[in-house]
Design a protein around this ligand. Sequence first.
Ligand code: FES
Length: 84
Amino acid sequence: MARETEMHICLGSSCFSRGNKDVVVFIRDYLKKNHLEDKVIFKGGRCMGHCSNGPNLKINEVIKEGVTISKIEGILDQELAKFK
Ligand code: FES
């Protein structure tokens, strides 16, 4: 079985103003809908130092930049495919 994945979304003010809140809601719903809540650890994180490219999402140790609501589904489909 694939190892757990850990995701942290930046909750810093710059990522907030770029729409991280909608992304959080989307990710929570996605994990629920796909029964991934026990396989994916999803938490808020501090500023990742890439503020002007936010919203930023760290998946394991890799930072994904510009994770907007229009891109998040594709990223999750790709990153979490191993669990499906
Ligand atoms: S506020 Fe998100 S990277 Fe700085």
